[in-house]
Design a protein around this ligand. Structure first.
Ligand code: MRU
Length: 365
C-alpha cells in the first residue's frame, strides 16, 4: 500500500545492507511514522512481544525474518532449534507465527549449515510474497459482498463495521478484513467504515483509522460498545473482521470484543464475515473456546492510555481507579455458528469443516 505516494510493505529487507529487517514501529502510530531496523533475533522477538509489529500474518513474516537474523549469528542446528522455539513463544494466539516458524524449520533442517542464511532469506521472502498475494486474493473474493450491497442501495453508502486492525499494517500488504474495502473504494463504490476503537490498545482508533485516512476511505471511529446500537438502527450493512486462529470447524479467534460484535450481528441479521489467509487455519483443533490459547497481556494496557496532549507531546495517563487490579485477555473466540462465512485466498466458504475443505481439500483426512 502507499504512504504519501510511496509503496510500502509492512516488513522488508533493507536494500542498502541486504540483511537488516525493516518494520514500522506500530506503537508510535498514528503520531509518528518510525521505521525500525532489526539486526538480530533478540530485536525481532522484542518487536513481536511488545507489538511494535503485530497482526497474525505479519508476526509470522517477521518471525521468519527473525530466523534469518538468528542464523547470521549462529547457523548451527542447535541454535536453529533454540531460536525458532524462542520466536514461536513470543505470542501465543495467532497460529501464523507457529506456522511460519515451522515452515522455516522444515526448509532449514534440510539445508547444509553453510547454505542456511541464504536459504532462510529466500524462504522468508517467499512467505512475505505469498502473504501479500493471499491478502490481495482475499480482497478480490470479499469484494462481491460489498458490490452486492451497493447494488441493493443505490445512492447510499455501504456501511461496514470492523474491529481491531486487519489492514495492511497487520499483514505484509493489503490486509485481510480491509482488503475488500480497499478494492471497493478503488472501484468507486461509496463505502463507509465504522472503526471500533478496540480497547485496550486501540488498534482500531490508532491503526485502522490511520490506514483508512491515509488511503482516503471514509470512516468513523466509534467506542467499542457502539456497534450493537448502530446495528439496531440499520447503520451497519456488513461486519468484516480478521482472525488470529480459525479452527477446523470454523471457530475464529480475533481481538477481544469480536465475539460481542458477532452476537449483536446475529441478533440484528447483519452478515458477519471473517477474512483470513489459510495460514491462519489451525487444522489440528476444532473447539476454539476450549483449545485456542488466549494471550493475557499486561494490566497496564487497560489501566493506562498513551495519547497526544494539546501541545503535541505524547503522554501516558492512568484512566482507572488507582489500586484496582485489571485483567487483559487479548483475544476471544467467535463460535462458527455466529459467522456468516469465511473469506480466504481461495474464495468464500461456510465457517465449518465442510466449508473449509471445499476450498482446501488437501487437508481432508
Ligand atoms: O494483538 P494484535 O493487534 O496482534 O491482534 C490483531 C488482530 O486481532 C487482528 O484482527 C488479526 O490478527 C487479523 S490481522 C490481518
Amino acid at each position: 500500500m502507499k504512504i504519501d505516494g510511496t509503496a510500502y510493505r509492512s516488513v522488508w529487507v533493507d536494500a542498502s545492507d541486504g540483511f537488516s529487517v525493516r518494520i514500522f514501529d506500530q506503537t508510535k502510530l498514528p503520531w509518528a511514522l518510525d521505521i525500525l531496523r532489526l539486526t538480530d533475533v533478540a530485536q525481532a522477538a522484542h518487536a513481536i512481544r511488545t507489538m511494535q509489529t503485530r497482526g497474525a500474518p505479519l508476526i509470522g513474516a517477521v518471525a521468519a525474518y527473525g530466523m534469518c537474523l538468528a542464523l547470521r549469528a549462529d547457523a548451527s542446528g542447535e541454535a536453529l532449534e533454540r531460536d525458532a522455539a524462542m520466536l514461536a513463544a513470543t505470542r501465543p494466539t495467532a497460529v501464523n507465527l507457529r506456522w511460519a516458524v515451522d515452515r522455516m524449520l522444515t526448509r532449514l533442517r534440510n539445508t547444509a549449515q553453510a547454505d542456511r542464511v541464504a536459504a532462510a532469506y529466500d524462504e522468508a521472502g517467499k512467505i512475505a510474497d505469498e502473504d501479500a498475494a493471499q491478502c490481495e486474493a482475499i480482497g478480490r473474493h470479499g469484494l462481491p459482498l460489498i458490490e452486492a450491497i451497493a447494488a441493493r442501495k443505490p445512492g447510499k453508502p455501504v456501511n461496514v463495521l470492523t474491529h481491531c486492525n486487519a489492514g495492511w499494517l497487520a499483514t505484509v500488504d493489503w490486509g485481510t478484513a480491509l482488503a475488500p474495502i480497499y478494492m471497493a473504494y478503488e472501484r468507486g463504490i461509496d463505502i463507509k467504515v465504522w472503526v471500533d476503537e478496540t480497547r485496550p490498545r486501540n488498534q482500531g482508533a490508532a491503526l485502522t483509522a490511520w490506514e483508512l485516512n491515509s488511503h482516503g476511505v471514509a470512516h468513523t471511529i466509534v467506542a467499542d460498545n457502539a456497534g450493537g446500537h448502530l446495528m439496531q438502527h440499520g447503520e451497519v450493512d456488513l461486519v468484516i473482521v480478521g482472525a488470529d486462529r480459525v479452527t477446523r470447524d470454523g471457530d475464529a479467534a480475533n481481538k477481544i470484543g469480536t465475539y460481542l460484535k458477532a452476537l449483536a450481528a446475529k441478533d440484528n441479521g447483519v452478515p458477519f464475515w471473517v477474512a483470513l489467509p489459510s495460514t491462519t487455519i489451525d487444522w489440528t483443533i476444532r473447539d476454539g473456546v476450549a483449545d485456542i490459547p488466549i494471550e493475557e497481556r499486561a494490566a497496564t494496557e487497560v489501566t493506562h492510555l498513551t495519547g497526544r496532549t494539546e501541545d503535541g507531546t505524547l503522554a501516558t495517563i492512568q484512566v482507572t481507579s488507582p489500586g484496582s487490579p485489571a485483567g487483559n485477555p487479548a483475544f476471544d473466540v467467535t463460535p462458527a455458528r455466529l459467522v456468516t462465512g469465511l473469506i480466504t485466498e481461495r474464495g468464500r466458504c461456510d465457517a465449518s469443516e465442510a466449508g473449509l475443505l471445499s476450498l482446501f481439500p488437501e487437508f481432508a483426512r
